[in-house]
Design a protein around this ligand. Structure first.
Ligand code: M6R
Length: 607
């Protein structure tokens, strides 16, 4: 959470910082701020709320200077307010921070004992005050920053700027990502390459514990032990960092519409043309030598894992455990050396998922990740990272990353089935054909947008909504409910339809819309029985099904959403589209901030 940037440039820093922050706003938008050095003096501008408020402030109250740091905040310690907004300044030092300083109370107490006062409720102010304290003790800016960094526990990406030092930024990374951008007589710092893409295509990713002394013409990186560390300068693909809406009203709408293309790309990457066998970049991975699969993720990625559990169990007859990363990491589950540990993450930076991965290091046979950002921490710390090829996802609500994750996980399950001999050649060919036909079906699902928009119009008046599904549609019911609540703020729950009568049916009355995800599959009749139980209690059913399903079960429903027929294994990928569009159009009807819903951030890099 939070995005940070820094620039030692040739031109005015403020517009460059604001532009870079715009590209990081997906990480948080509770407040934004910048600091620059001009004529040797530090100055700051900060504003509550979205970046546009800071931009407006800078129009009326410009901040000159060619060196600066900036921040877009997702509040952890202290409410969104100007005084809690970064950069935090203590005398001659300004600091921006992404992460949480876990021992800030202890450090605050120590500073208080030295007669130092606090102006904010944040953990980050402690970093600025501690650095000032060390500066006053006679240390140089670099020494003071390094000594402060040594005192910090928790997760952080930091950038320090100093009075009188127009050519210096000190940067550090532990637990939160940070990149250095190399220009021509200019240097940049950013939470990710997307922020720096318009400025340079030459990037160095700091590694865990690294700290960097940055000037316009040099970067000196030291590891946690203080030794000089050589870190590679990589050329980033600028087309990977495109962040325009492509004519759509919202990034989320664009990302939903992109799914036929990106899913096709994901499938092409692992299912070579003319073959029915899934090919992975690492031929070492042999599922027949494994006893168990442990899958760990958060949020939407967790629901992708829950779906994959059905595939691995049914297709590859493989025992699977699926866990939420924030639970897994503290439960200390036993992991054997015949376990494959699999981590799924769009960003590849989710703090809990990364911590869970580290827990499995040295215990599991192999650590595999399914990620969208190939340069991310999770990808880099895995034995094998499988990219999902979704392209940059900006909307906070994950859409195309989910369907690409599902596609890659299904292919992984088919590889497991082939390795373990649980599916014969004909069955493998059947699944491969279903996958190859999926992009066409996704297009057909997108063609239903107008019907879905009409159902969403009705949903937008509800206070609570239930999503029901059985079998492979159950995790999708959970995902549909998550999508709806995060962008429309309507309370929604997903349930296994068979579980309804064990409690939630008490909620059903004429005010309760119930979205039933039910392709005409092996469990369709059972789901329809549950749907009848809802309608008998006046619940308003939106039935999402195919022609056969709708023909069989449409009587008495509130509305229907028609999907094309699909092979059972790819149905959850296809039915993701109506789940996403329902949430999207409900949010649009309610007028909420679709791409940047309140209280959320795209990349959750704190616990
Ligand atoms: O980057 P990750 O896939 O690790 O993120 C996990 C969740 O934070 C994420 O899926 C979140 O739940 C989304 N907002 C859901 O739309």
């Amino acid at each position: 959470m939070c995005g940070i940037v820094g620039v030692l440039g040739k031109h005015e820093a403020a517009p460059i910082l604001v532009e870079a922050l715009k590209r990081l706003e997906y990480r948080g938008y509770d407040s934004a701020g910048i600091a620059t050095v001009n004529g040797g003096k530090l100055g700051r501008r900060r504003a509550v709320g979205k970046l546009v408020n800071l931009s407006d402030l800078l129009v009326h109250d410009p901040l000159p200077g060619k060196s600066g740091i900036g921040h877009t905040r997702w509040a952890t310690h202290g409410a969104p307010s100007v005084s809690n907004a970064h950069p935090h300044q203590a005398g001659p030092v300004a600091v921006v921070h992404n992460g949480i300083v876990e021992n800030y109370r202890e450090l605050r107490a120590e500073l208080a004992e030295n007669g130092i006062d606090f102006q904010t409720e944040t953990d980050t102010e402690t970093v600025a005050l501690m650095t000032e304290f060390y500066l006053k003790s006679g240390l140089s800016p670099v020494e003071a920053a390094f000594k402060t960094i040594d005192r910090l526990q928790g997760a952080f990406a930091l950038a320090f700027l100093f009075d009188g030092r127009d050519d210096l930024i000190v940067a550090a990374r532990k637990g939160s990502p940070l990149a250095i951008g190399h220009g021509d007589g200019e240097m940049f710092v950013g939470s990710d390459a997307i922020a720096l893409a318009p400025l340079t295509d030459r990037i160095t990713y700091l590694e865990e514990g690294d700290r960097a002394v940055v000037t316009r013409t040099s970067v000196e990186i030291r590891n946690e032990a203080g030794e000089i560390a050589n870190r590679e300068i990589r050329k980033i693909q600028l087309d990977q960092t495109r962040t325009d809406k492509g004519g759509h009203k919202h990034f989320m709408a664009k990302e939903i519409a992109e799914q036929p293309v990106v899913v096709a790309e994901a499938i092409r990457s692992y299912l070579p043309t003319g073959s029915d066998r899934v090919v992975l970049p690492d031929t070492d991975l042999d599922f027949s030598k494994l006893d168990r699969l442990t899958m760990v993720a958060c949020g939407t990625a967790f629901y992708a894992c829950l779906t994959a559990k059905y595939w691995f169990e049914q297709l590859a007859r493989m025992p699977v455990e699926v866990d939420i990363a924030s639970e897994f990491r503290y439960r200390e589950p036993p992991i054997t050396d015949r376990t494959l540990a699999l981590f799924v993450s769009q960003s590849g930076e989710t703090a809990d998922t990364l911590a869970a991965l580290r827990y499995c290091e040295g215990k599991a046979d192999k650590i595999v990740s399914v990620v969208n950002v190939p340069e991310s921490s999770i990808a880099r710390e895995s034995d094998l990272a499988l990219p999902i090829h979704a392209g940059v996802e900006i909307g906070v609500a994950s859409t195309k990353a989910f369907t690409c994750q599902l596609s890659v996980l299904l292919m992984l399950a088919l590889k497991a089935a082939a390795d373990r001999g649980t599916l014969d050649d004909d069955a493998l060919a059947d699944h491969a054909a279903a996958l190859r036909g999926l992009p066409t079906l996704l297009n057909a699902a997108l063609d239903q947008e107008e019907a879905i928009r009409k159902s969403a119009q009705r949903l937008s008046e509800a206070r609570d909504v239930l999503f029901l599904g059985r079998g492979l549609m159950y995790p999708l019911a959970l995902e549909g409910a998550l999508k709806l609540k995060e962008i429309s703020y309507i309370h929604a729950e997903g349930y296994a339809s068979g579980e309804l009568k064990h409690g939630p049916i008490a909620l059903i009355d004429k005010h309760m819309p119930v979205v039933v995800m039910a392709p005409r599959d092996a469990v369709f009749d059972k789901t329809v029985s549950n749907m009848q139980e809802v309608m008998a209690r006046k619940g308003k059913v939106i039935l999402v099904s195919d022609d056969d399903g709708i023909a069989d079960a449409k009587d008495g429903v509130w509305s229907t959403i028609r999907m094309p027929h699909a092979h059972a294994s790819v149905a959850p990928i296809l039915y993701s589209v109506p789940a996403q569009l329902l949430a999207y159009h409900t949010a649009v009807a309610k007028g909420t901030d679709v791409d940047q819903p309140r209280n959320l951030a795209k990349s959750v890099t704190v616990e």
